[in-house]
Design a protein around this ligand. Structure first.
Ligand code: IMP
Length: 415
């Protein structure tokens, strides 16, 4: 019985929310294993549209438990608001399990992100993600398990406050923070527990578990375009450590990619188009950040980056999203290699400098005029669209099993 992974193959915003929600029918657990409220997973269903930040998109299905595993950093204040939003839309309250090993995002983490300048230089989401993971690495962080004992929580918080004391910043008020955290703990006590036991037991019993990645491969702290990355493990590798399971348990690894490329925030992006095409993709694809509302940078598909994503994740299948956005373009360009200086480069560079100087070498493929949103069978897609998909499959050596032609669940082609 498979553990299924849904992993972003680009710089995030590939449409993982829709894919995870679609694939979670009949799934017992849907697990977020990395990141925190920097994610913005959009789901459109019979209740309307919702953007989820902590909650796995798959957890909106009745009968499915949403697990926030210990690889995440969790902001209790934001999580509460998110659950209120779910209720406001008249949706059933999702069944949740919050890992007691997960670290808490505290108010000072957001202040540190802005105060330290990384919010600006990296273009982060200002959700306190980096500083919360930094405190975890410094062994100063507070885990949900620590909130069970008020004396322990107080002691840890005052140690944290001491470590971050800064004469130029008003001190955090540990007592106010601790009181609010205890309130959260009291309200959510039954939801907080050992998610490793739950996930490993479910897998051992052959039940369905879906691992919903947040952000994308190129934003991974180790494998991405460092330092223009997030602070967690966004690839398939994050699942084992972030959910506490053996890597052998993940049998299907679904790489989600947009039919073109987007990036939000700073950092190199070789196929970025700052002219008319970029504007058209942004407008047609409604490319604005789900968490911050920032306009996303847009450009053609980058196969150099995708071959790298394939290499590190070893996807077993692909889900291509937003194919409909490309309808009407006379031709489609695909970046197959970079020109760096005088050299033709086919491997994704690790050097930020090289990547910043990389100029895309494009192959030109025919476009198609037809609107594809109403199409439900692959064979009915225009020939040029099928050829484009085949081109991607051959370049990456992986079959496309799902094609998304619109935001609604029914606007999907399973192959
Ligand atoms: P952070 O995760 O807020 O620290 O932001 C680090 C970088 O990752 C910035 O460039 C963000 O724009 C980007 N990022 C973080 N979360 C997402 C996401 O869910 N989608 C796309 N980009 C993201």
């Amino acid at each position: 019985m498979p553990g299924i992974a849904v992993i972003g193959a680009q710089w995030g915003d590939e449409g993982k929310g829709k894919i995870s929600h679609l694939l979670s029918e009949g799934v017992d657990l849907v697990v977020r294993f990395n990141g925190g409220p920097n994610a913005g997973h959009t789901v459109v269903d019979s209740y309307g549209e919702i953007r989820l930040h902590h909650l796995p998109a798959g957890a909106l299905r009745e009968g499915t438990v949403g697990v926030l595993a210990h690889g995440m950093v969790i902001d209790p204040w934001v999580l509460r608001e998110e659950l209120q939003e779910v209720e406001k839309q008249g949706r059933p309250v999702p069944k949740l399990l919050i890992s007691d090993r997960a670290h808490v995002i505290l108010p000072h983490h957001k202040e540190m992100e802005v105060g330290s300048g990384i919010a600006k230089s990296i273009g982060t989401t200002r959700r306190g993600i980096g500083p919360a993971y930094a405190d975890k690495a410094l062994r100063l962080g507070i885990r949900f398990a620590d909130l069970a004992d008020q004396d322990v929580a107080r002691e840890r918080l005052s140690r944290l406050e001491g470590a971050h004391r800064n004469p130029y910043r008003p001190p955090m008020d540990p007592e106010r923070v601790v009181q609010e955290l205890f309130e959260f703990y009291a309200a959510f006590k039954d939801t907080i527990g050992d998610s490793i036991r739950t996930i490993t037991a479910a897998l051992a019993e052959g039940r369905n578990v879906l691992f919903e990645g947040a952000q994308g491969t190129l934003l991974d702290i180790d494998l991405g375009t460092y330092p223009y990355v997030t602070s967690s493990h966004t690839t398939v590798h994050g699942i084992a450590s972030g959910a506490g399971i053996s890597p052998k348990k993940v049998e299907r690894i679904i790489g989600v990619l947009k039919a073109y490329t987007t990036r939000v925030g700073e950092g190199p992006f070789p196929t970025e188009d700052v002219g008319q095409l970029g504007e058209l993709l942004r407008r047609k694809g409604m490319e604005y950040g789900a968490t911050t509302g920032r306009p996303r940078r847009c450009g053609w598909l980058d196969l150099v980056a995708l071959r790298y994503a394939q290499r590190v994740n070893d996807f077993t299948e692909l889900a291509v999203t937003k194919l409909d956005v490309l309808s009407g373009l006379p031709e489609i360009l695909v970046c197959t290699a970079y020109r760096i200086g005088n050299e033709r480069v086919e491997e994704f560079p690790s050097s930020l400098m090289d990547l910043s100087h990389a100029r895309p070498i494009y192959e030109r493929l025919p476009g198609w005029k037809e609107d594809v949103r109403g199409i439900r069978v692959k064979e009915e897609l225009p020939r040029a669209a099928r050829d484009y998909l085949r081109y991607i499959e051959e370049a990456l050596g992986v079959p496309v099993r799902l094609i998304s032609v619109g935001p609604k669940p029914e606007e999907t082609i399973f192959c």
